[in-house]
Every structure is written in structure tokens, then in C-alpha cells.
Write a protein that binds this ligand. Structure first.
Ligand code: FDA
Length: 319
């Protein structure tokens, strides 16, 4: 088994370990690498990054970092952060172009809004997401609900279904590594739907998820085709050159226009490719995370690429 295949599960296990979190977040040089993937600790820093991205023709989706919240107060604080960000984005948006595709979006993790609270987690997350969706609608900003580990998928899709009655533009994420996802794509590719398709970033058992990279890629291609043939708005979230090429072919064969799909990438990853896709006339949205709860997000980014881990380890060497 290649080293990278062993490293990924170890890094993903570490991403959920409070002990590892205490250790890694105390290392002074960690923050330097975090800054590559995270737009800053404060809302002001995130807004500055957003303005720069909009200025380069890219669209954005902004995530206030945090997940697996175990305290109701923390979930409420997360809502407050989103409301504050939305009023800042509302001011930006007044000067942005208005068209069928919104340049500004926020991404929410329901576990940060209380979904994993032991009592009434589903209902609390629904209520919190509803408040954010209402404020976003006022500000002219789209909302997307992120996908987390597979134990949350049914609850998350249930909340999305419920909210879409009132907020039809609400989007969500489907993860190609889950065996169920091709079926979910069929169900969710109807008119008005906005589905972000990604490979999937969590450590999942073989009973629910493909483990082999080639199998994940094959599933991504099947799901992509279903979404492109459907009536919704597919959001192709990947940095993988082979999948980007496949998406372009799919766009051609399904005769989709530039306003009928978009590419998405993460902040700090493949910047030149992001710009190239924009120069070609595509919509490209960047996922912009901010806040000081960066540990889980950062560890998943390290897990995706052995070179990132090597870079991190080298940064720990003194001198
Ligand atoms: P892959 O990992 O095979 O990478 C392909 C190439 O991209 C690499 O060879 C490298 O060049 C580059 N690359 C990829 N990751 C890199 C990194 N961390 N650092 C540097 N280079 C890197 N997942 C999830 O479970 N739930 C979610 O809600 C989301 N949301 C989301 C939004 C957006 C906009 C994106 C782009 C991704 C997500 N993801 C996600 C993460 C996703 O599931 C997946 O883990 C990463 O995108 C990495 O997979 P790729 O498709 O990029 O391919």
C-alpha cells in the first residue's frame, strides 16, 4: 500500500482528535501554512479576500469555520457571525452585477449550527439555518449547505428539502465517494436545484463509501453526468484536472451555457487554474473559509495531499 494511502486515514482520524488539536494548534509555524488555506481569523480579513477574488472575476462562497458544535451557545454564536458577515456582503452586493447567477454565497455546516447536539440537534440546526437563509435572501446572497460525515447525510438532506420550500435557491453538496450519491443525484437534479458535487473529505467506512481513488473518480463521473443531464445547476467542485476536463466535455455534449453550471475550488488551491477557467468564460467560485476554528478544515486539506504534509513537517524543523 502506498504511503499516501496510509497517511490519509491517519490525518483524517487526527482531524477529529481534541488531543492532536491541542498539540498541532500550539506549534508556532502551523499558522503560516494555515494562512495558505484560510482567509483570516476575522470577518474583515475575509471580506478583503472576497473583494480581491471578485475583482479577479471569481465568485465566492464564504464559510465561517467550525463544526461538531457541542454547546448551544456556540451554535448561536456561529449564527451571529453569519448574520454579521451577511450584512457586510449585502453592502458589497449592492454594487455587484445582478443576474441569474449570484456572485456571493455563504456555505454552512449544519454541525456548527447545532445538528450534533444530543437533544433536538436536527430542529435546532433547521431553525438556525432558517435564520441565515432569511438574512441571506434579504442581502441577495445565495446559501449552500455543506456535506459532512455520512451519519449526518439524511438529516442534512431533510433540512435542505424543508428549507427549499421557502428558499428555492438553497444549494447543497453531494459526495461522490458515498455509494448512495448517484441515487441522490438522480433525486436532486430537478429544476431549480443547485448541487455542488465533490469527492468527499471525511474518513468513511467501506460499507458506505468507495475507498479506492479510481472508484471514487468513476462515481464522480457517473454523478456528474446525471447532474449535467438534469434540470438543475451543477457545481463542479474539484481541483482534479481529469474531472475538470470531463466536466467540460459533459457541458459540450449536454449543450449547457456558461450560466447553467459553475466550477468551484478551495481558497489557496490551484490559483492559476482558477484564473484560467475564468479567462475561458466559465463561472468559477472559490470556497473562502475564515475564523479561528480552522483545525478540522486544515487537517482535511493536509490529508488530501501528501506534499502538504511533507511541507508541514519540514516547517517544524528548527532553523
Ligand atoms: P484530488 O484530491 O484528487 O486532487 C486533485 C489535485 O488537486 C491534486 O493532485 C492537487 O494538484 C490539487 N489538490 C487537491 N487538494 C489539494 C490540497 N489540499 N492542497 C493542494 N493541492 C490540492 N468535501 C466534503 O466532504 N464536504 C463538502 O461540503 C465539501 N465542500 C467543498 C467545496 C469546494 C468548493 C471544494 C473544491 C471541495 C469541497 N470538499 C468538500 C472537499 C472535497 O471533497 C475534496 O476533499 C477536495 O476537493 C479534494 O479533492 P479533489 O476533487 O480536488 O481531487
Amino acid at each position: 500500500m502506498p504511503f499516501s494511502a496510509l497517511l490519509r486515514p491517519a490525518m483524517l482520524a487526527a482531524s477529529r482528535s481534541p488531543r492532536m488539536e491541542r498539540t498541532i494548534t500550539r506549534i508556532p509555524t502551523t499558522k503560516k501554512l494555515v494562512d495558505r488555506f484560510v482567509a483570516g481569523d476575522s470577518a474583515d480579513q475575509a471580506v478583503a479576500a472576497v473583494e480581491a477574488l471578485l475583482g479577479s472575476g471569481r465568485y465566492v462562497t464564504i464559510d465561517y469555520l467550525g463544526e461538531d458544535t457541542t454547546e448551544i451557545e456556540q451554535a448561536r454564536t456561529t449564527v451571529t457571525h453569519y448574520l454579521h458577515m451577511l450584512s457586510a456582503l449585502g453592502r458589497l452586493n449592492s454594487t455587484a452585477e445582478t443576474e441569474s447567477v449570484r456572485p456571493l454565497e455563504v456555505s454552512l455546516k449544519l454541525s456548527a449550527l447545532g445538528q450534533s447536539l444530543p437533544r433536538d440537534g436536527h430542529a435546532i440546526a433547521l431553525e438556525h439555518a432558517h435564520r441565515i437563509c432569511a438574512a441571506a435572501a434579504e442581502a441577495g446572497v445565495w446559501v449552500n449547505i455543506d456535506a459532512e460525515d455520512h451519519t449526518t447525510t439524511d438529516s442534512t438532506l431533510g433540512i435542505v428539502r424543508e428549507l427549499r420550500g421557502e428558499f428555492p435557491s438553497l444549494g447543497t453538496v453531494l459526495q461522490a465517494y458515498l455509494r448512495r450519491t448517484e441515487g441522490d443525484c438522480r433525486e436532486l437534479s430537478g429544476e431549480g436545484s443547485r448541487i455542488r458535487l465533490c469527492k468527499g473529505a471525511y474518513k468513511e467506512p467501506a460499507s458506505v463509501a468507495y475507498q479506492d481513488r479510481a472508484e471514487v473518480d468513476a462515481s464522480y463521473l457517473r454523478c456528474l453526468r446525471v447532474l449535467m443531464l438534469g434540470d438543475g445547476y451543477p457545481m463542479v467542485a474539484t481541483h482534479d484536472p481529469a474531472l475538470i476536463e470531463a466536466a467540460r466535455e459533459c457541458v459540450e455534449t449536454t449543450h449547457r451555457k456558461p450560466d447553467e453550471f459553475e466550477f468551484q475550488m478551495l481558497y489557496g488551491i490551484r490559483d492559476a487554474e482558477q484564473r484560467r477557467l475564468v479567462d475561458e468564460g466559465n463561472h468559477l467560485r472559490v470556497y473562502v473559509p475564515y475564523g479561528d476554528q480552522w483545525y478540522g478544515y486544515f487537517m482535511r486539506r493536509l490529508a488530501e495531499r501528501p506534499a502538504n504534509v511533507a511541507f508541514f513537517l519540514r516547517s517544524l524543523k528548527p532553523g
